[in-house]
Ligand binder design. Structure first.
Ligand SMILES: Cc1cc2nc3c(=O)[nH]c(=O)nc-3n(C[C@H](O)[C@H](O)[C@H](O)COP(=O)(O)O)c2cc1C
Length: 326
């Protein structure tokens, strides 16, 4: 089979997302608390994908430092993820504008809130959603693209439990703007599947946690590559649903929920430091370990550039003969 039209004569690839962001491959490294600082983001951008700094775990001065270091480490476009769950959003947005960050991925909140401010400052805005209703809202608010994140995904997640396989065609049908698929994608074959369903690009989180440049603790990276199917669960639906590894901390949450804990009780049990304790300090028992179902398919920790390369090459090989069994 001939490689299809987005591949131009020279072997390059071009579609709505590569043109929107000015990148080589439609591969996006997700913004992730306690994992994606300037080292990971710049490595992915230098490799031809789009690297994203995760600002959710950063104080404003720390975010500024990461943006400055990222700019020094890559001449290529990169983005900042702003999850609207956390404090200091106004300050983060101000720094992003002042430092001329070209692309922002906003998540966990209303797309009406910041889109116009960012757009007025010449920034490309992408909103993360988990339903076609919210995809439409993001489009109506003026976003340039959406990330459609399915139930399999690591981190905070939609309450409705719509899987990537179901979500992508629904969102592609609902909006005209480009759709980036996320949740359960770690290989070139999974990428191809998402693009066959109509996605213009993929965003991978879990796969990039298992990279040399991720700032996550090695204990956490090792837990990721040693995990199996069924080892993660979407929990804390009363508060903000999150997919994590079922460890001792999760069991405490589960017991509290069985005893009828309120959202307030869960908030106290969770605290802000739990995620840092688990993912950044490597406490695999007491900490919160956010990761996607696809961790079961990830077996090695690699340099980020190698991950981009591997996924892209596998995608191209699979595209030439999609039904071939290895
Ligand atoms: C450790 C970790 C931290 C995450 N932190 C954030 C975050 O701060 N903001 C956000 O929008 N999504 C966050 N996510 C979700 C990712 O952005 C991404 O959409 C998701 O990981 C995709 O699914 P996958 O893990 O199956 O690749 C996080 C995911 C992980 C695994």
């Amino acid at each position: 089979m001939e490689l299809s039209s987005p591949f131009r004569g020279t072997g390059g690839f071009s579609n709505r997302i590569t043109r929107l962001f000015g990148i080589e491959y439609p591969i996006i490294q997700a913004g992730m608390i306690w994992a994606s600082g300037w080292r990971l983001a710049s490595a992915v951008s230098n490799a031809g994908g789009l690297g994203i700094i995760g600002s959710g775990s950063m104080y404003p001065d720390v975010l500024k430092e990461h943006i400055l270091k990222c700019k020094a480490a890559t001449p290529r476009p990169f983005a900042v993820n702003v999850p609207l769950l956390y404090p200091d959003i106004d300050k983060h947005i101000q720094i992003i504008i002042e430092e001329g960050v070209p692309i922002v991925f906003v998540s966990a909140g209303n797309p009406k809130k910041w889109t116009s401010v960012l757009k007025e400052n010449g920034i490309t805005v992408v909103h993360v959603i988990s339903s076609s209703t919210f995809a439409k809202k993001a489009e109506d608010a003026g976003c340039d693209a959406v990330v459609a994140e399915g139930f399999e995904a690591g981190g905070h997640n939609g309450r409705e439990e719509t899987t990537t396989m179901v979500l992508i065609p629904a969102v592609v049908n609902a909006v005209k703007i480009p759709v980036i698929a996320a949740g359960g994608i770690a290989t070139g074959r999974q990428m191809l599947a998402a693009m066959v369903l109509g996605a213009d690009a993929v965003q991978m989180g879990s796969r990039f946690v298992a990279s040399d440049e991720a700032s996550s603790h090695l204990n956490f990276k090792n837990a990721v590559i040693n995990s199996h199917e069924g080892d993660t669960i979407l929990t804390m639906k009363q508060l903000t649903p999150v997919r994590l590894i079922k460890n001792k901390f999760f069991k405490e949450i589960q017991e509290a929920e069985l005893k009828g804990a309120s959202a307030e009780d869960l908030k106290i049990l969770l605290g802000r430091a739990r995620a840092k304790k688990g993912m950044f300090e490597g406490d695999l028992e007491e900490g919160e370990l956010e990761i996607g179902q696809v961790s079961a398919n990830i077996k090695t920790i690699l340099p980020a550039a190698k991950i981009v390369d591997e996924v892209w090459n596998e995608f191209k090989v699979a595209l030439e003969d999609p039904l071939k069994k290895d």
